[in-house]
Structure formats: C-alpha cells, structure tokens
Design a protein around this ligand. Sequence first.
Ligand code: FES
Ligand SMILES: [Fe+2]
Length: 318
Amino acid sequence: MKPILPGAPWLIAHKSMLGVNKPNKITLNGKDYVLWQNQKGEVFALNNICPHMQAPLSEGWVCQERNTITCPFHALEFDRNGRLYKEEKVDTKPLTQSLELIVKDDCIWTYGGFEPRLPISEDLISKISSEYDFIGVTETKIIRGEFLNFLLTSYDFNHQKGLHRDSFAIVGNKISNFQENGYYPSLDQEFTIARHSLADIIKYPAVLTMPKILKLRLEYCFPSVTVVFGKLSIGNLVQVFLVYPENEHQSKAFAILFANFKYGMTKFLLKDSLLKATEKIIEQDTNIIENSYPREKPKIRLPNEEIMFYAEKLYREW
Ligand code: FES
Ligand SMILES: [Fe+2]
C-alpha cells in the first residue's frame, strides 16, 4: 500500500495494553509487527513474519529468560534485533527486521520505519503525566474507513450536538481562540449540556460530572494526537485521543485518560465509567464514518469548518 503520512510519529500503544512477556500484534501502514514487553518494562518490536516459513510471530510466545520471541510453527527463537537464537547463542546477523520504538511516559511511539518528519509530542504527554493522575486506557476500536475521514472528525466542530447528543446531551457548542500553529493547532470549546436522561446516567454515571457549561481546551499534535482538557464539576479530566492507520481502509483508535480530582476516591469510583464514556465517543465517531456514503463536495457550509479544512490541508500537503 501507499503509506499514509510517512514520517509521521504514531503513538501505537500504552504499556499497560501490552501485558508482560506476551506477544501483541500491531499493524501500521500495511505492515504487521509483533510487540512485547519484558518484566523490566522494556518494549521490543519485530516484523511479524517469521523468516523461516512466514508464520505470524505474534501467535508464538516469549521466553522470559532469553527475552526472545518463539515462532508458533517450528519454535525458532528470535531476539529483540531479529537474530536467530540457537544452541545457547544468537546469530550475528538479523534475519528479520526490528521496528524502532520510542518509549516515553509509558507511551510507545514509532515512525513505522520511515525517516522522521516531525518530532514526537513527548513534551505534551510528559507534562500531562507529571501534572495529572493516570486513570486508564480505553479499549482499542477498529475503524473501517479512510484514515482521513476519522482525522477530519477530530477537527469537526459541528458534529458534537449531532453525533454526541445521544448519551452526552450536548445541545450547544461554541468555539474560540483557534490557533493554527503549524502541526499543533489548539482552540477553546464550550459545550452546553442539557439534562441527562435516567438511562444515560445509569449507563454512564460519569455524565453527572458534566457541568451545564462544559469548558474544554483542545490541543492537537497532527496527525495522531488530540488532547482534550475538560473542567468537570469534580476536577479536571484529560482525554488523549489517538489514532493510527493500519492500512488504507482501516485505522485503530483508543484514548488514554488522566485526571486531577478534588477527592482522591473519585478516581476509583469513576474510572470505569469515564473509560466507558470515552469509548462511547470513539464508537459514535466510528459509526458515522463506517455508515456514511462516499464523500462529495458539500453543498452546505457550516461555521468553524475552516479548522477541518486546515487539518485536511496538512494531510494533503504532507
Ligand atoms: S515458520 Fe517460524 S519457525 Fe518455521
Ligand atoms: Fe466526535
């Protein structure tokens, strides 16, 4: 496939998603990799195709003592550099490629083997993780649709009172202070929240923490990161939304949550509900992309759409 945004930094996983000494399969820009984390918290990635008879290494297992991945087919072992391990020693030459990873604040970034064209947004995430408590990571959601369509939804400021009205009771949305700032746009957003239905409250108790006027600050790191800082009635919530292209027809999205709550217990009481509510937002965005008809030139223009066109321009002129 023609790679999507080659040289862009992609945040492909949070360490808590990987487990320990367990192979995980990650697909990025049409290539499959096996990722594993050892008991020291170090993370490694190799091309997922076994150089013997092309079995998927991610179906194999990790040897803790030797820090190798074993192929499920003939049990050949490869070390972190893709070198064959046999008779108590490793070959000198790698037989399969390793994928370079950058691990910072438990976040795993990669350029997918391309020459980096933008620095990773490690400062923003470092700042968040030093100022807020880590809450958790949502389930990963597969989006069957073009990467650009999902990207544009993150920069679309007219869909909240349509798509996210259900469950979140968003009835108004004001935008101010949009700054282009190259690949790092930012803006302030203000939602008007209606009364939540009893059904929503039962399903997502966290919606009760949304004040009538919910103030948000959005900071983007194009193309993969959208950070939403929200002022809830019980403290501040940070949702780091992430997306990366698996191939030209499919992407993956997830979110990492941080918070500073006034009362320590809140974090434990609301953790699951906050994660579930965030998963719902991703699901609503995904559903509309998967169910919409092919894009045509719009016959109607809405306010603030220039933000979406700005993101589209960054994508097309990459
Ligand atoms: S295919 Fe992997 S060891 Fe044979
Ligand atoms: Fe959305």
